[in-house]
Ligand binder design. Structure first.
Ligand code: ARG
Length: 467
């Protein structure tokens, strides 16, 4: 090969991140070859010893990569043969790099999916903490970025809790689907050796082997799916960050972020910039781009392995790293942010945010909602023109809009009562956010248990393989 060809076709820079998994895959493969009497036990024992020595160097960071060899898989195999002699050449019996890459990549991403689910648990916990402390902190709820109805800070935080809960569910769903082992599919058609794919699947902690060899070496659904999971999570993060940026502005003043998580300006001494939130928002472009890269790259590929598929790793590895990092840092940002309750209340009390409730009040007095809506519309116009809030208008003024209005209206339309009365399932009232908090904690604990069990199972496999 020409040097530039070598350089162009190499994937070592990226796939060396899968070195650990490559060794594990090989350890499982040779144990199976031994049990199925495909390789003599003494060769297998030598191979295992050689692989363990290589793993030790990988973990210590001393394993030398030869850039003349295309990828991590070839590097490890060649290094093995250098160490133990011709027996090393037997490792690749009954497999191909096509199924080897597929299994390594699944193992790598399986771990990242669990890590993402647990990082989501971290941010959910931070948000839940704010919700628990603020069941009666009143703030404006927005639609179209306009004051809509009073809500509680708990309700606002819980909205994100459930978005992130779905993201975590999605990662675990994707995990479940990718939890099948492609090893033993060989190049594309399976193999003539009497291998036991169920054994390697079990040794590597997969539920079962994949069903079809041609599908197995061409399938990158799991990559696309995780790329989407990452993109959707990052989009949720980006919305949250956008709000934090707005909320920390002088105009809103709803939050003050901790000094540890803000930056200053090189020229303006008073500045306290929400850079972390902005960076998270900015990184969303790259994460969404990775998904696009994968979808376009896999479009129109014929069966089975095509070299295009070597380009599948960097985008998803980057986006998984990014999303995990962003989740971890945002969990800290949220738990150190001060929410300025007074300011939120002050802003909520301005204007006509309780207009819906005045209409609801008229409905309680027997007026059809549509008619009530029109009556309140007139009152709102008056409120805007006179600069007097609805709840501050004298009774005789209010009665010019409808004579059904009585003194009890004032209690009915305080912004606090407006929020407290929304007790419908999923509503903003404290009685309802209590239910939401319990639900979210229940879901969180269920997911944590799944992550714990799966992590344990995988770690036990590594332990057994290294025995
Ligand atoms: N470096 C390749 C990759 O990452 C390994 C598979 C090569 N297979 C092949 N038939 N050339 O996809």
């Amino acid at each position: 090969m020409d040097d530039s060809t070598l350089d162009f076709t190499s994937s070592l820079d990226v796939d060396s991140k899968m070195a650990f998994y490559d060794v594990m895959g090989s350890l499982a493969h040779v144990r199976m070859l031994k049990k199925c009497d495909i390789l003599p036990p003494e060769d297998v024992d030598r191979i295992i010893e050689g692989l363990k020595a290589i793993l030790k160097e990988i973990e210590e960071g001393t394993f030398e990569l030869d850039y003349k060899l295309e990828d991590i898989h070839t590097n490890i195999e060649f290094s093995l043969t250098e160490r133990i002699g011709p027996a090393g050449g037997k490792l690749h019996t009954g497999r191909s790099r096509n199924d080897q890459v597929a299994v390594d990549f699944r193992m790598y991403l399986r771990d990242r999916a669990l890590k993402a689910a647990s990082a989501l648990g971290g941010i959910i916990t931070s948000l839940l903490d704010v919700a628990e402390k603020n069941p009666d902190t009143i703030m404006p709820g927005f639609t179209h970025m306009q004051h809509a109805q009073p809500v509680t800070l708990a309700q606002h935080m819980l909205a994100y809790v459930f978005k992130f809960s779905r993201d975590a569910d999605r990662f675990l769903d994707a995990f479940e689907r990718m939890d099948k082992c492609p090893l033993g599919s060989a190049a594309l058609a399976g193999t003539t050796y009497p291998i036991d794919r169920f054994m390697t699947a079990e040794l590597l902690g997969f539920r079962e082997p994949t069903e079809n060899s041609m599908d197995s070496v061409s399938d990158r659904d799991f990559v696309n799916e995780l790329s989407f999971c990452a993109a959707q999570t990052q989009i949720h993060l980006s919305s949250l960050c956008e709000e934090l940026v707005l909320w920390s502005s002088q105009e809103f003043g709803f939050v003050e972020m901790d000094d540890k998580y803000t930056t200053g300006s090189s020229i303006m001494p008073q500045k306290k910039n929400p850079d972390i939130a902005e960076l998270v928002r900015g990184k969303t472009g790259g994460v969404v781009g990775s998904l696009m890269t994968m979808l376009v790259m896999t479009k129109g590929l014929p069966l089975t392995y095509n070299r295009d598929l070597q380009e599948d790793k960097k985008p998803v590895m980057d986006s998984m790293d990014t999303v995990i990092y962003c989740l971890q840092i945002m969990a800290k940002v949220i738990s150190t942010t001060t929410f300025r309750k007074d300011r939120m209340m002050e802003v909520t009390s301005r204007g006509q945010i309780n207009a819906t409730d005045l209409a609801d009040y008229l409905v309680t007095k027997g007026i059809p909602f549509r008619e009530a809506h029109a009556i309140v519309g007139a009152a709102v116009r008056e409120s805007i023109e006179s600069g007097v809030n609805l709840e501050d208008m004298p009774l005789d003024k209010l009665r010019t809009f409808s004579d059904r209005i009585e003194k009890d209206v004032y209690d009915f339309i305080t912004v606090r009562r407006c929020a407290e009365r929304r007790e419908s399932y999923g509503g903003t009232a404290p009685s309802s956010t209590d239910v939401q908090i319990s639900k979210a904690i229940e879901q969180l604990m269920k997911r944590e248990e799944i992550v714990r069990q799966e992590t344990q199972l995988i770690e036990n496999c590594w332990k057994n393989l290294l025995e």
